[in-house]
Design a protein around this ligand. Structure first.
Ligand code: ADP
Ligand code: MG
Length: 728
């Protein structure tokens, strides 16, 4: 067997389960041990410093230099006591990775030796040499500087003896260069809009938080096998590889018993997650072999995003101990399910009221309906932008794959709420006067209490209402979900503002409050009707129907990105003060750049696999067939040989054909790449990469996978799907 693959398989089969690192005490004893949470702040900060942090969190108030010094010193005391030697601003550039640059606490002291030092300035602001992060041209124009600034709303934590301080990353001139900044701004805008709409219901202006519960899907593979696959190592997915005879057909993996090796990993990971104050609730096998999921308990959206990114770091780290690799890629294996991050999203006031919970009393139901229809309308108005936000090279292999959400947006609300919305809307078509309508207000009273489990589930919907929250399922498993959530938040904020303003206009024109609200609800229902869909999102009929309704899906990725540059998107971001036009443009450029770079890498890797792995293997095997035929000819003479070798000759011809085809496709792939690389503009280059380079990837894979099925297993150089996909 190819020594590469054989060594990996030996290592895999000889693997002995690692010892567990789980704690013996109950979780509550060590929960949040590595998190500088409220309780630690109370212990380590002065009253003044503690209050300053609280004010910063609840009111966004600035923290002065003097107090910053006090906070830094308390934080340092806690961190050093807990084994930290370094600190870093932890930020989220536009790469979907997190970034950190560690500084030691120690400084030389005058009389020799060192002391631990952490000043307020270093806590509040740092200036990493950030010139090599994607910025979409934002920093070429002015100063090439970028700086990170502490986000006090997300507590600092310790990973790897390093104090990590969640931070935003902005250019010297104030443009955001990261995922966190627009997310924080969108949350602020949403809070304001939601609080103001609540005033209409006489609820005062309490604070409204968007909360998020992120379900994370992922794959695990053996590390030795992973290392024997250049494509997994460099691209996070298999670029070639025939499907295994058995994978998920028997539906025996989903919710099945968790393999013991995986269980050891999960327990270890959970222990560390608890120490970081993350309440992991759910773990289970997913549909595809070696695919799993975890979900923490939901929390305030900014925290949830940070926690999700912390968990990704942790999982990669812990997996090493177990000689495993975590694959966060959206589609690591062709032919079986891919992975996503389901974003469960709702709005909760500081008094703990979930604005998306239908509740029991009619008055509350009006409030619920107002928020509910505003979300639906937001998705309707910006459905293409929301889909664009989940578009990526990775996710394009998953979306629309009959397992993941379709590549076109719709909202599922369930039977009960559909009936409610329809009956309210019908009052319009039946031309019921405002007066009569106000009498029939009690229709709202007829809404049965909708319990979460009263809603029917529709797994084929990209955006589903699940009883007291919406679940956005199209988001990819490898991304920072802030990149989609800021758009959702902003779009919803816009509609909440519109809702209030329309209702107020009606009141100013003499309508009663209830009338005005109900009429606005009706209007919102009609205007957003096209986005609601209750049927099977995987069906061909739906895609046709969606087109008739004017809903735009993702046909290809660079095309989808264009949604960012549309007037409606730019004005949404500008009006709601989340991104300037320049910032949107920069993001658009970065998305295109990343698309091209990923495809460039994949094209190189598949080229390498073709020329240096697959073709030589095919030739080697072909030679053994040729030798064999020659031997038969020597032994039996020309007449008998013909009869005996007919199929052999066919096989030799077939393999020759494959090799020829691979060489040809490889040639065109390289040519296409060369041409595309000449193009200056990132969006044009992405366009051409998608049109000319991408198709050859598929062609090459098709042939390589055929060869995998005919070449002697002993010779095949790469671990196969059946070897990669079944951990015990
Ligand atoms: P599913 O049945 O959809 O797989 P899970 O239990 O795996 O659900 O995960 C659901 C996620 O939704 C969890 O993170 C949970 O905390 C979160 N969640 C529950 N209620 C809400 C809510 N009102 N708003 C936001 N997220 C919520
Ligand atoms: Mg789940």
């Amino acid at each position: 067997m190819s020594s590469f693959r054989k060594r990996a398989l030996d290592e895999f089969s000889l693997h002995k389960p690692e010892r567990f690192y789980v704690e013996s005490e109950p979780v509550s004893q060590y929960f949040a041990k590595n998190l500088f949470d409220m309780e630690k702040m109370r212990r380590y900060l002065s009253a003044e410093a503690f209050d300053a942090v609280q004010d910063a969190i609840s009111e966004g108030r600035k923290i002065g230099r003097e107090v910053a010094n006090q906070i830094a010193s308390g934080m340092k005391a806690w961190a050093v006591e807990n084994g930290a030697t370094h600190y870093t601003h932890w930020f989220h550039p536009l790469t979907d990775a997190t970034a950190e640059k560690h500084e030691a606490f120690v400084d030389p002291s005058k009389n020799g030796g060192v002391f631990e030092n952490f000043r307020g300035e270093a806590l509040v602001q740092q200036e990493p040499d950030a010139s090599s992060f994607p910025n979409g041209g934002l920093r070429n124009t002015f100063e090439a500087r970028g700086y990170t600034a502490w986000d006090p709303t997300s507590p600092a934590f310790i990973i790897d003896q390093t104090l990590c301080i969640p931070s935003v990353f902005v250019s010297y001139t104030g443009e955001s260069l990261d995922q966190k900044t627009p997310h924080l701004k969108s949350l602020q805008t949403l809070d304001r809009a939601a609080s103001e709409l609540l005033e209409l219901f006489g609820q005062g202006s309490s604070r409204v938080n968007a909360v998020l519960g992120i379900e994370q899907e992922y794959f695990l593979v053996d590390e030795a096998l992973f290392r024997a696959r250049p494509d997994l190592m460099l691209c996070g997915r298999t670029l070639i590889g025939h499907t295994a005879a058995k994978d998920q057909q028997l539906e025996d993996h989903y919710f099945g018993a968790i393999p013991s090796r995986v269980m050891a990993f999960m327990k270890d990971f959970e222990t560390e997650a608890y120490k970081l104050g993350v309440v992991l609730k759910t773990r289970h096998n997913e549909v595809a072999p070696n695919q799993f999921e975890f979900a923490p308990y939901y929390s305030e959206a900014n925290l949830s995003v940070d926690q999700n990114l912390m968990m990704m770091i942790l999982m990669r780290k812990i997996a090493k101990r177990h000689k495993l690799k975590v694959l966060f890629h959206e589609k690591p294996f062709a032919g079986i399910n891919g992975s996503g991050k389901h974003c469960n999203w709702s709005l909760i006031t500081d008094k703990g009221v979930n604005l998306l919970s239908p509740g029991k009393t009619p008055g509350k139901n009006m409030q619920f309906l107002s928020f509910f229809v505003s979300v639906i309308k937001a998705v309707h108005e910006h459905h293409h932008l929301l889909m664009a936000s989940v578009a990526s090279l990775n996710n394009s292999h998953r979306l629309g794959g009959n397992e993941a959400p379709p590549a076109v947006m719709s909202v599922f609300v369930g039977r009960t709420l559909t009936a409610v919305l329809n009956s309210i809307e019908r009052m319009v078509s039946e031309n019921i006067s405002a007066d009569e309508m106000s009498k029939s207000l009690n229709i709202v009273g007829k809404i049965p209490e909708i319990l979460p489990d009263n809603t029917d589930r529709n797994r084929t919907s990209p955006f589903a209402f699940t009883g007291n929250r919406f679940e956005f399922r199209a988001v990819g498993s490898s991304v920072n979900v802030a990149s989609s959530m800021y758009i959702l938040n902003t779009a919803v904020a816009q509609q909440l503002v519109a809702f209030r303003s329309r209702a107020e206009t009606r009141i100013a024109n003499g309508a009663s409050r209830d009338e005005a609200i109900l009429e606005t609800i009706r209007e919102f229902i009609s205007e957003s009707a096209a986005i609601r869909f209750e049927g099977n999102g995987y069906s061909r009929e739906w895609l046709e129907e969606a087109e008739r309704r004017g809903l735009r899906g993702i046909s290809d990725v660079p095309q989808a990105f264009l949604a960012f540059m549309e007037d409606s998107s730019i004005s949404l971001m500008r009006e709601m003060e989340v991104l300037t036009e320049k910032e949107v443009e920069a993001r658009y450029e970065v998305m295109n750049e990343i698309y091209v770079k990923k495809l460039q890498i994949e094209a190189r890797v598949i080229g390498d696999l073709t020329i240096n792995h697959i073709i030589p293997t095919a030739i080697k095997f072909q030679n053994t067939l040729i030798d064999n035929v020659r031997g038969i000819k020597d032994l039996f003479g020309p007449d008998e040989y013909k009869v005996m070798s007919e199929r052999q000759l066919t096989a030799i011809r077939k393999i020759s054909g494959y090799i020829q085809q691979l060489r040809e496709d490889f040639h065109y792939l390289v040519e296409a790449r060369k041409e595309a690389n000449k193009i200056e503009s990132p969006s044009d280059r992405a366009r051409v990469y998608s049109d000319t380079v991408l198709p050859y990837m598929g062609k090459i894979r098709y042939i390589a996978d055929k060869l995998e099925m005919v070449v002697d297993d002993e010779l095949w150089p790469l671990p196969k799907y059946r070897e990669l996909l079944f951990l015990r």
